[in-house]
Design a protein around this ligand. Structure first.
Ligand SMILES: Cc1cc2nc3c(=O)[nH]c(=O)nc-3n(C[C@H](O)[C@H](O)[C@H](O)COP(=O)(O)OP(=O)(O)OC[C@H]3O[C@@H](n4cnc5c(N)ncnc54)[C@H](O)[C@@H]3O)c2cc1C
Length: 438
């Protein structure tokens, strides 16, 4: 199986150009001891480091490549107030008390991200304009109405859009109905990662880039991290490597299934066309089973997310499919000039819930956001910092759960490829029906 960390390409230029300069980093030399070492500098690791550093704890972050190099620097950029499973599934899975805590905390996830962005002055295109979910089928419509009713009963700013209002808000008459959730927003995720890194460094954390942790062992009551020529010892270690997890700890890599997600961006659109698409600058997804995200970037580029090859070494982008879908959605675009494509790895879990583990005394991990990790990984970092500081999991959002490696993980690519084909056909049939009914 291709290892995500073996990818060569970094985060997309469009995000890198729109990000603050890299944060101050150091070179790890010889041997150093810290109370806490964090492995991986995405949202999980950086949020852990920031929360610990702000509490006055000396923390060092080791990143194999560069800050935000993993999924965090490649995400579609939607900051969402939910997990992949809906509120009812969360309550069923975790029970009423923990379930409600998770539903509430996840709903406040965009507030946490906004608060960090505001407090640390992170320049990352942050826009709290809301998220649009369009119904691509009758079943999708029922789901959206059900979800909207639930949140409206809880006084959340969520509403249904129909007919002309729906078309005007999207800039397309493809969807007859959609839900607008004003709690969410959009960011440049790579810039947010760099901003978190600046904030963590400013609070006293030390960041080491191009420093892969090659081994982890418990010796003389402390953790020893082998970093090639150098070595870091720590009282506590947080593994924050998500889909990019290697063989640092037995079974951790095998507890999630890494799957590629793809992003595409056009050249800047002409002034008159760009104002017709998502004029209030929400991002749009629909109720299809496969990725369907579209948003406008601040410089007038159209950004899409799509399903492409889910596994393997940096496959070629499938422009064809995304191009056809976007032109059906926004016929006013005419010919679309796509400029860049990229991909990154999402960590899937079998039940679609994230995982928080205490792997051994003083050794923690948080991972498995199933493609909903901007707010959730930021929250997870806060949870990990809480545990490291000595609290139990009654003080965290997510509960500690035992590590469960998936025995059939080697078969996952074959199974998932088959499932994606089934989803693709179902989505195509639904979309055909939708267009016939329009
Ligand atoms: C294409 C795509 C689109 C997405 N869109 C969205 C979205 O719109 N909204 C949303 O909420 N979520 C989205 N996600 C999910 C979100 O990006 C992730 O859940 C989140 O970034 C996970 O953060 P993380 O810090 O846990 O992992 P990562 O950001 O992947 O960070 C892990 C880091 O660990 C490093 N690492 C690995 N092994 C080692 C080692 N041995 N030593 C040192 N460092 C190591 C890696 O280099 C990497 O930088 C998307 C993901 C992808 C791939």
């Amino acid at each position: 199986m291709h290892e995500p960390l073996s990818d060569q390409a970094g985060p997309p230029d469009v995000y890198v150009r729109g990000a603050p300069p890299p944060p101050p980093t150091r070179r790890l030399e010889g041997q150093r001891h810290v109370p806490v070492a964090v492995i991986g500098a995405g949202f999980t690791g950086l949020s852990t480091a920031l929360h610990l550093a702000e509490a006055g704890i000396d923390v060092a972050v080791l990143e194999a490549k560069e800050i935000g190099w993993g999924a965090s620097g490649r995400a579609f950029g939607q900051v969402v107030p939910y997990l992949k499973p809906g509120h009812e599934a969360i309550m069923r899975h975790y029970g009423p008390e923990r379930g409600q805590r998770i539903v509430d905390a996840v709903a406040a996830g965009p507030d946490l991200v906004s608060e960090l962005i505001g407090r640390h002055g992170i320049e990352c295109w942050a826009m709290r304009s809301g998220l649009i979910f369009a119904a691509h089928s009758q079943g999708g419509r029922r789901d959206l109405e059900h979800r909207t009713r639930y949140w409206q009963q809880r006084n959340a700013p969520v509403e249904m859009l129909e007919g002309a209002r729906c078309a005007a808000t999207i800039g397309s008459s493809l969807y007859p109905v959609a839900s607008l959730d004003r709690r969410g927003g959009n960011i440049n995720p790579f810039a947010y990662a760099r901003g978190l890194a600046h904030a963590a460094a400013g609070a006293g954390a030390t960041l080491y880039e191009r420093t892969p942790a090659r081994g982890l062992a418990r010796r003389d009551g402390r953790w020893t991290i082998d970093a090639g020529d150098a070595c870091l010892t720590a009282d506590n270690v947080v593994i924050a490597t998500n889909a990019y997890t290697g063989d640092l700890w037995p079974g951790l890599r095998e507890s999630v299934i890494p799957m590629r997600g793809h992003g595409f961006v056009t050249e800047p659109l002409s002034d008159n066309v760009r104002h017709t698409i998502l004029p209030e600058r929400q991002s749009l997804t629909d109720t299809r089973l496969l990725y369907s995200g579209v948003r406008m970037l601040p410089d007038g580029r159209l950004h899409g997310s799509a399903h492409g090859p889910s596994f393997g070494a940096e496959p070629r982008a499938d422009w064809h499919r995304v191009d056809a879908r976007i032109r059906r959605l926004f016929p006013q675009l005419g010919t679309v000039k796509w400029q860049q494509a990229w991909s990154g790895w999402v960590a899937m879990t079998t039940d679609h819930f994230p995982r928080l583990h205490e792997l051994a005394p003083g050794l923690y991990a948080g991972l498995g956001y199933n493609g909903r990790g901007i707010a959730a990984a930021t929250m997870m970092g806060r949870d990990l910092a809480t545990l490291v500081r000595g609290a139990r999991d009654d003080a965290t959002v997510f509960p500690l759960t035992p590590l469960r490696p998936l025995r059939w993980r080697r078969m996952a690519p074959t199974l998932i490829r088959g499932l994606v084909q089934v989803y693709r056909v179902r989505d195509m049939v639904d979309e055909y029906r939708l267009r016939r009914a329009a």
